[in-house]
Design a protein around this ligand. Structure first.
Ligand SMILES: Cc1ncc(C[n+]2csc(CCOP(=O)(O)OP(=O)(O)O)c2C)c(N)n1
Ligand SMILES: [Mg+2]
Length: 545
């Protein structure tokens, strides 16, 4: 008979077997056995100040590495705090696993400490959600969670771990260990591929739209290859602003002229108004390639008349197959692509001269003209954008390969946690988080985590003393005299960061910004550059008529 292990030991050893040696966590009674087991196993516990931050960090880890990030929180209220952040990970198609401590099975239904129907609570924001039932199968639970998170359309998975299972002893021989094998994804068949290529070749104005899962260095490179081979603009829709995402320039003008839209793992949804009129030509046709059969079925239901082709397919494999096929077919007319790229990438010349009208305030364009010089120095720079109007200017003016935005969920507040996790993944290149003054309040205490763990990054805070994105809605919908409930103090967030042990800078004039960013980078500390800005609506780009 081999040695007996605690359930908690099974959990950490299973995590190691699937290649995980870092966990984002916040302590709590139900999971202290896992903390204890992690000590022997040498798992790095990055412990944070709010459970949602742990989930955001696991999310960022998943998006940047493609390997599931792991968050570990305590049961009941810890789990409840974590669940909200899963919403962001789910919409961003981010591979991650939330492990939550849970009341002991022996206490369930009897008013146990922090008892809660946790799996039910996480179910709508995960790909799968369950409660472990047996100490010997905890290894299989971990393996299954990681496999589901990484397969098909990636996304978060939740497993609740009752504390008595974690404390139970099991014979090592009785444990089912996970195996970290490759995941089989669905490729396109030859006939399907030929049909799609022929539809693409005969379209005048095709557009390829990819989903958030392609929003990483590999995905962007794949899409660039496909775009060149097919002579069709290939974009990623990953913002709740959809077609109006400032990153995508005058996309609305291009979308209107499309005669064929290829959805490459992009759910048919609100982000592009279900490809309906007036945003698209009523005669536009659709090709739907999606890893989820339910989403293919939804597209068939919604768009049966417009559908030229639909199949279950992995977007990465499909992109590779389409690129190879289009290359074989030879060169194409690139006039449409050139026109579309100009609309997507062009920015108004006047942006070079935009300045604030208010004394001691900057226009967002002044901030990002300066920041662009720093971002461009290193191709590995990680840019994180979060919040409302200010960050949209950043998304529009800072072209980068590695970028995280809060995403289709439209949930603000994740950027500081993302920045910490990005720094753990990226040892050298600058990590910039661009966010608003409303947004920084959600998780400002994570600067303490960053200082404690020596994880330097620079937050560029656009401080306009308001939740401006919502103020702008009030101005547009109800009138300038109906704007209320969105004001904030022009607070000294830089001083808060300094008090937590980080580096703070305060900037009121454009001429001072570059030096402040330089000092922030040179400090080697987590830093906040608190830039006083003029409240400015997000940019809305249109081609000249
Ligand atoms: C979790 C969450 N709560 C509320 C909102 C609504 N919301 C979107 S942008 C925004 C304002 C953000 O303010 P700030 O960070 O200061 O950026 P600004 O628009 O002022 O540049 C709010 C409240 C949201 N998207 N997500
Ligand atoms: Mg603001």
């Amino acid at each position: 008979m081999s040695d007996a292990l605690r359930g908690a030991d099974v959990v950490v050893r299973a995590l190691q077997r699937v290649g995980c040696w870092r966990v984002f966590t916040l302590s709590g009674n139900h999971i202290m056995s896992i903390f204890d087991a992690a000590l022997d196993a040498g798992i790095d516990l990055v412990h944070v100040r709010h459970e949602a931050a742990a989930v955001h960090m696991a999310d960022a880890h998943g998006r940047l590495t493609g390997e599931p990030g792991i968050a570990l929180v305590t049961g009941g209220p810890g789990h409840a705090n974590a669940v909200g952040a899963l919403y962001t990970a789910r919409a961003a198609e981010s591979p991650m696993v939330l492990l939550s401590g849970h009341a002991a099975t022996s206490e369930l239904g009897r008013g146990g400490f922090q008892e809660l129907r946790q799996a039910d609570m996480a179910a709508p924001v995960t790909k799968a959600s369950w409660t472990a039932t047996d100490a010997a199968s905890l290894g299989r639970d971990i393996g299954e969670a990681v496999r589901i998170a990484r397969s098909g359309r990636c996304g978060p998975v939740h497993v609740s771990l009752p504390s008595d299972l974690l404390d139970a002893r099991v014979d090592e021989d009785a444990v089912t260990w996970p195996t970290a094998g490759p995941i089989k994804q669905q490729a396109l068949g030859e006939a399907d591929l030929a049909e799609i290529l022929s539809l693409l070749a005969s379209a005048q104005h095709p557009i390829i739209i990819a989903g958030p899962q392609m929003s990483n260095v590999t995905g962007r490179a794949l899409l660039a290859d496909l775009e060149a081979a097919a002579a069709a603009p290939a974009i990623i829709l990953e913002s709740p602003r959809g077609l109006a995402d400032a990153t995508l320039g005058a996309l609305p003008d291009i979308a209107k002229r499309a005669d064929l839209v290829v959805l490459l793992g992009k759910a048919l949804d609100f982000t592009f108004k279900w490809a309906g009129a007036p945003d698209f030509d009523p005669a536009v046709r659709l090709i739907v390639l999606d890893p989820e059969p339910e989403l293919v079925a939804r597209a068939i239901r919604e768009k049966s008349d417009a559908l030229a082709f639909a199949a279950v397919a992995d977007p990465v494999l499909a992109a590779e197959q389409l690129t190879a096929g289009a290359k074989r077919a030879g060169p194409r007319n690139t006039a449409w692509l050139a026109e579309a790229r100009q609309a997507l990438d062009g920015r108004p010349a006047v942006w070079q001269d935009l300045v604030a009208n208010t004394p001691d305030r900057l226009h967002p364009a002044e901030v990002f003209r300066t920041l662009r010089r720093f971002v461009e120095r290193d191709p590995d720079t990680v840019l994180i954008c979060d919040g409302g109007e200010f960050a949209q200017w950043g998304q529009s003016m800072l072209p980068v390969r590695r970028r995280l935005i809060n995403g289709v969920a439209g949930a603000i507040g994740s950027s500081l946690s993302f920045a910490l996790a990005a720094r753990l993944v990226e040892p050298k290149a600058p990590v910039f988080a661009v966010l608003g003054d409303g947004t920084i309040g959600f998780h400002i205490s994570e600067f303490e985590t960053a200082v404690r763990r020596a994880l330097p990054f620079v937050a560029i805070l656009g401080n306009d003393g308001r939740w401006n994105a919502e103020s702008e809605i009030q101005r547009r919908s109800y009138g300038a005299n109906r704007m209320h409930g969105c004001e904030l103090l022009p607070a000294r967030y830089d001083r808060v960061v300094a008090a937590l042990g980080g580096h703070g800078e305060y900037v009121e004039r454009a001429a001072d910004l570059a030096a402040a960013i330089k000092r922030a980078l040179a400090s080697g500390k987590p830093a906040c550059v608190n830039v006083m800005i003029e409240s400015t609506a997000a940019p809305a780009l249109r081609l000249p008529l």
